[in-house]
Design a protein around this ligand. Structure first.
Ligand SMILES: CC(=O)N[C@H]1[C@@H](OP(=O)(O)OP(=O)(O)OC[C@H]2O[C@@H](n3ccc(=O)[nH]c3=O)[C@H](O)[C@@H]2O)O[C@H](CO)[C@@H](O)[C@@H]1O
Ligand SMILES: C=C(OP(=O)(O)O)C(=O)O
Length: 442
C-alpha cells in the first residue's frame, strides 16, 4: 500500500508526454481474441494495472500474450476456454468486453456479472440486448452471464437506448464476423470507438461510420493479426492540462490530440487559460485568477465524465461560482467530500454540484475513491497550502502511468511512499525522540 505526498504551491513548467489511451487499448486487447490467424502487435500500450488485468483475462482464455517495453503481442489462434476467470473480471468492469469476441469465436461466453462501482450501478443491458438481437440466448446463473449461439451470430439492426461506449464496442466486435450486416444506431462516438474500428478493420473487418451515431458492420468470414498503434489518452492529456491550469503553469502536453479534447480546451479557454495547438501536442499557459464556468458532462463530443472530477478541482480555486452537472453516471461526486476536507466550498444537490471558487485550498489527508477522483485530489493538492497525503493510490494506478514521476518532472513537489515503511519510520522517529518509549508510542 502506498500514499502520495504533495507539497502544494509549485508552478508546473516543461513537457509531459501522454501515452496510449487506457480506454482504447482495453477493447483492442479484447478484440485481439478475434484473430483466428497471425499475431496482433499493439504499439504504445500504457503499462497500467488495467492493461495487466485484461491481458490476464485473454491469457486465461488461451491466447498467448507478451507485453514488453515496445509492444504487446497477442496470438489467439487457439482458445482453450470460453469462461473468463472471476478473480480478474471482478477487478475490472472492462473485462466484460471479452464477451462479444468470445461469443463470435466460440459460440459461447461465460463471464461473471460485472458489478457496479463507486461511480454508479453501470448495467450491461444494452450489451446483452445487442447479443440477443444477433441470435444469442442469454442466461444469468449463479452470478455468471452465459451467452450462447447456435452456429454464427446473425447481423441485426440494434438501437441503443443510451450511447454506451462498452455496448457499442462489444456489439461491434461480435458483429465483425457475424453473418450479414449489423447496424448500431445511437452508437457511442468516442475516439476510442474509432480506434477500435480501425484496429478491427486492420484485422480484415468491414466497419464504416465509427465516430458517428450510426455504425455499419458487414460481417466477414474471419479476422487475422495486424499491427496497430493506440491513440493517445485524451483523459491523461486533459489531466495534465488541468495540472498546468491549477498551478498557473506553462506545460506542453506532448502527443495530445486537440480534436479529441474540444470540450476541455473550450472550457479552459473560457476560464482564461491560453491553449496553443501544435502538431505534436497542446501548449497550456495559465495565470491566476481563472474565471468560474459551468460544466455539464455528456457523451462524446460533450464534456467527458472522466474529466469532471479534475475540472471540479480546478473550479474550486477559480474566481466565481460554477455549476457542475453530471449526466452520465448517477454517483460521480465521490471526490466532493475529500475536496471539502481541503476547504473547498461545494454543495451537491442530486446530479448538480455548486462550486464557489476561492483563492487557495488547504492541504489535508484524503482518500481516492475511484480513478479520476484520485487524480482530482492530486491536482487539488498541487494548489493547496501545505502537505497533503492521498491514499487509495491503486485507483490512480488503473489509469495513469508514472503519475508522480511525470508531475515531478514538471516541478511538482510530490512523492509516493509505502505506507508500511512510513508507519515503521514514524515508530522509529518516536523512539528516537521519546526518552522512555512506552508500548503506546511504539
Ligand atoms: C473502459 C472504458 O472505456 N471506460 C469508459 C466507458 O465506460 P462504459 O463503457 O462502462 O460506459 P458506458 O458508456 O457504457 O456508460 C454510460 C452510461 O450508460 C449506462 N449504461 C451502459 C451500458 C448499458 O448496458 N446500460 C446502461 O444503462 C451506464 O450506466 C452509464 O450511465 O465510458 C464511460 C463514459 O464515457 C467512461 O466514463 C469510462 O471511462
Ligand atoms: C471510469 C473509468 O474507467 P472504467 O470504465 O474502466 O471504470 C475512467 O477511466 O475514468
Amino acid at each position: 500500500m502506498h500514499k502520495i505526498i504533495v507539497r502544494g504551491g509549485r508552478r508546473l513548467t516543461g513537457t509531459v508526454r501522454v501515452g496510449g489511451a487506457k480506454n482504447a487499448v482495453l477493447p483492442i486487447i479484447a478484440a485481439a481474441l478475434l484473430a483466428e490467424s497471425g499475431e496482433c502487435r499493439i504499439l504504445d500500450v500504457p503499462h497500467l494495472d488495467d492493461v495487466r488485468t485484461i491481458c490476464g483475462v485473454v491469457s486465461a482464455l488461451g491466447a498467448g500474450v507478451e507485453l514488453d517495453a515496445d509492444a504487446l503481442r497477442i496470438k489467439a489462434d487457439r482458445l482453450t476456454t470460453s469462461e473468463a476467470p472471476f478473480e480478474l473480471v471482478r477487478k475490472m468492469r472492462a473485462s466484460f468486453l471479452v464477451m462479444g469476441p468470445l461469443l463470435a469465436r466460440t459460440g459461447v461466453a461465460r463471464i461473471p456479472l460485472p458489478g457496479g462501482c463507486a461511480i454508479g450501478t453501470r448495467p450491461i443491458d444494452q450489451h446483452l440486448k445487442g447479443f440477443e438481437a444477433m441470435g444469442a440466448s442469454i442466461r444469468l446463473e449463479h452470478g455468471m452471464i452465459e451467452a450462447q449461439v447456435d452456429g454464427r451470430l446473425q447481423g441485426a439492426k440494434i438501437y441503443l437506448d443510451v450511447p454506451s461506449v462498452g455496448a457499442t464496442e462489444n456489439i461491434m466486435m461480435a458483429a465483425a464476423t457475424a453473418r450479414g450486416t449489423t447496424v448500431i444506431e445511437n452508437a457511442a462516438q468516442e475516439p476510442e470507438i474509432v480506434d477500435l474500428a480501425n484496429f478491427l478493420n486492420a484485422m480484415g473487418a468491414q466497419i464504416r461510420g465509427a465516430g458517428t451515431g450510426i455504425i455499419r458492420i458487414d460481417g466477414v468470414d474471419a479476422l487475422h493479426g495486424c499491427t496497430h498503434t493506440v491513440i493517445p489518452d485524451r483523459i491523461e492529456a486533459g489531466t495534465y492540462m488541468i495540472a498546468a491550469a491549477i498551478t498557473s503553469g506553462h506545460v506542453f502536453v506532448e502527443n495530445a490530440i486537440g480534436d479529441h479534447l474540444r470540450p476541455v480546451i473550450s472550457k479552459l479557454q473560457e476560464m482564461g487559460v491560453e491553449i496553443l495547438e501544435h502538431e505534436s501536442g497542446l501548449e497550456v499557459i495559465a495565470s491566476a485568477p481563472l474565471r468560474a464556468v459551468d460544466v455539464k458532462t455528456l457523451p462524446y463530443p460533450g464534456f467527458p465524465t472522466d474529466m469532471q472530477a479534475q475540472m471540479m478541482a480546478l473550479l474550486t480555486v477559480s474566481s466565481g461560482t460554477s455549476v457542475v452537472t453530471e449526466t452520465v453516471f448517477e454517483n460521480r461526486f465521490m471526490h466532493v467530500e475529500a475536496l471539502q476536507r481541503m476547504k473547498a466550498s461545494i454543495k451537491v444537490d442530486g446530479r448538480t454540484a455548486i462550486v464557489t471558487g476561492q483563492s487557495r485550498l488547504e492541504a489535508a489527508k484524503v482518500c481516492a475513491t475511484d480513478l479520476r477522483a484520485g487524480a482530482a485530489l492530486v491536482l487539488a493538492a498541487l494548489a493547496a497550502e501545505g502537505q497533503s497525503e492521498i491514499t487509495g493510490t491503486h485507483h490512480i494506478d488503473r489509469g495513469y502511468v508514472a503519475f508522480e514521476q511525470k508531475l515531478r518532472q514538471l516541478g511538482a513537489d510530490i512523492a509516493r511512499v509505502a505506507i508500511e515503511a512510513e508507519v515503521e519510520q514514524a515508530a522509529v522517529e518516536r523512539t528516537r525522540f521519546s526518552a522512555k518509549p512506552s508500548l503506546a508510542t511504539l
